[in-house]
Design a protein around this ligand. Structure first.
Ligand code: ZN
Ligand code: ZN
Length: 363
């Protein structure tokens, strides 16, 4: 069979999510995104009508890469870069994302630290890019746009659906209706939501957090080798330490906020609200931030800890987190046993364990 070539091909943009690209191309070609995906030969039939194949947008296989190359002349490497595999052993662990399976994948930014179906967004970026949805907006720790310094949107303000889910439940790309890359277009009832996302006013980010998100992204994208407590560590180890800090903060609520110098009052509202969402079972303490707002607070709390200049300073920065979690009795269940932190981090935690008390190790 001769390879297919589509007439009106739009090039994928650097850092664009795989789901975003056929969406844009479908819009330019005036057809529903599901039809575009069929033309690509992407085979999007999932296990049930409202589920995509588990690996759609997560991991590119040879069949997907071959189909995309034949249809659009986009190389396998470029196709792979649009998939969540680029963040494996960093801000997410691919085996966890795949193991989360069909049910957990429906939960927003859940156990896999990523929103497999939906995405957060910066309305100003959407406007300036013409509707490109970057891949990193799917990560649970995506809180702030480093360019426009606004808190990302999680949900559409009109229909309250998670953006890009497609409706109240995640859907495969629609074969029936077109979806403007800059609009919400979630199916509410039988109609696509008309909310034009660049019109939504995003809240300004708290001072300094845009810079923290930028440095977090540099490490997530592998552009910077992470250093922790003055020691070079791997990307996987740095993100394990980040997760461990998030768990410690959640375990220590609300007492930890009193121990953090200069913690603004809204952190309490956001983190206690987030704990309610996540705290139904202790197992969920290890899940990713449930909203962009929660991700923003975690950046503000955790990044200064991980940027400590040396091991002693790292211990001092960890003190309020470890002590509050210990006071709340949260360490007994060994909450960090699944988190493979580097030795420098484990030692720094150990130095802050309260003395003269029978205190179990968090590992
Ligand atoms: Zn932006
Ligand atoms: Zn909407």
């Amino acid at each position: 069979m001769l390879p297919r070539r589509l007439a009106l091909v739009t090039a994928p943009q650097a850092g664009e999510a795989f789901g975003s690209w056929p969406d844009r191309m479908a819009w330019f070609n005036r057809c529903p995104p599901g039809v575009m995906a069929e033309l690509f030969g992407l085979g999007l039939r999932g296990p049930s009508a409202d589920l995509r194949p588990r690996t759609f947008g997560v991991r590119a296989n040879d069949a997907v890469c071959d189909a995309v190359y034949a249809a659009a002349d986009v190389t396998a490497l470029a196709t792979e870069r649009m998939h969540l595999t680029v963040f494996d052993q960093g801000p997410l662990v691919l085996s966890e994302v795949l193991a989360a399976g069909d049910t957990a994948a429906r939960a927003t930014a859940g156990s896999g630290w990523v929103e497999v179906y939906g995405s957060r967004t910066c309305p100003l970026c959407l406007l300036s890019s013409g509707g490109v949805w970057p891949l990193w907006w799917k990560l649970a720790c995506a809180g702030v746009c480093p360019v426009h310094e606004v808190v990302l949107l999680d949900r559409c303000p009109s229909c309250r659906c998670v953006l890009r889910w497609g409706g109240m439940r995640p859907r495969v790309l629609s074969n029936a209706s077109r979806r403007a890359p800059m609009s919400c277009a979630s199916m509410v009832g039988r109609r696509p939501c008309p909310q034009w996302l660049p019109m939504v006013r995003a809240r300004s980010a708290p001072p300094g957090v845009a810079g923290l998100q930028q440095r977090w992204l540099e490490i997530a994208c592998g552009r910077v080798r992470p250093v922790l407590g003055g020691v070079e560590v791997s990307r996987a180890e740095w993100f394990a330490a980040y997760r461990a800090c998030v768990v410690l903060v959640r375990l220590g609520l609300p007492g930890v906020l009193g121990r953090l110098r200069g913690a603004p009052a809204w952190w309490r509202r956001v983190l206690m609200g987030e704990r309610e969402v996540r705290g139904l079972s202790r197992a969920r303490f290890g899940w990713g931030p449930a909203s962009a707002e929660a991700a923003t607070v975690f950046l503000a709390v955790v990044m200064p800890v991980l940027e400590a200049a040396n091991a002693r300073e790292l211990g001092q920065c960890l003190m309020p987190l470890v002590r509050a979690a210990a006071d709340a009795g949260g360490l007994g269940a060994k909450p960090l046993s699944q988190v493979a932190v580097p030795a420098v981090f484990a030692r720094a935690v150990a130095t802050q364990m309260p003395v003269n008390r029978r205190m179990p190790s968090p590992w």
